[in-house]
Write a protein that binds this ligand. Structure first.
Ligand code: RB5
Length: 149
């Protein structure tokens, strides 16, 4: 599975760790940057290319990291086809995929530690959408809004 990842300066350190973790686990990773630490960079400049990668099908799932995960989730959700959420524990990391077809997790690089991040990331990556009728119905309502509002 091809996974996209991006972070601003607030998430840079965690991104480097997560890239290593998921590459070691055998995932194919597209790193949308930042490629070096720049304390003056702006999260939309890094997260938008990742979200576009999801929208265009270049990558299947995404991991967006900023200082809190808030800015990353706000901007990622502006891009069509992206279903992003700020995740801080493992239940939502897999349930979000199983019920809501979550395709981008947002993490706070200044908020969570490396081991919790590892558990969240793998819960997210290993989860699959259930395809149950009630979830398809709900997802359809979300997609309708995106298409027609
Ligand atoms: C950057 O200092 C910080 O504001 C940003 O990474 C993020 O936390 C925004 O939500």
């Amino acid at each position: 599975m091809k996974i996209g990842i991006a972070a601003d300066h607030g998430g840079f350190e965690l991104k480097q760790l997560v890239v290593k973790m998921i590459k070691t686990a055998g995932y194919d990773v597209v790193d949308y940057g930042a490629h070096e630490y720049d304390r003056y960079d702006d999260y939309p400049d890094l997260i938008i290319p990742l979200a576009q990668g999801i929208s265009e099908g270049e990558v299947e799932k995404g991991i967006a990291i900023c200082g809190s995960g808030v800015g990353a989730s706000i901007v990622a959700n502006k891009i069509k086809g992206v279903r992003a959420a700020l995740i801080t524990e493992t239940y939502s990391a897999h349930q979000g995929v199983e019920h809501d077809a979550l395709n981008v997790i947002c993490l706070g690089g200044r908020v969570i530690g490396q081991e919790l991040a590892r558990e969240i990331v793998f819960s997210f990556l290993e989860a699959e959408y259930s395809g149950e009728e009630r979830h398809n119905r709900r997802l359809g309502k979300v997609t309708d809004l995106e298409e027609n509002w």
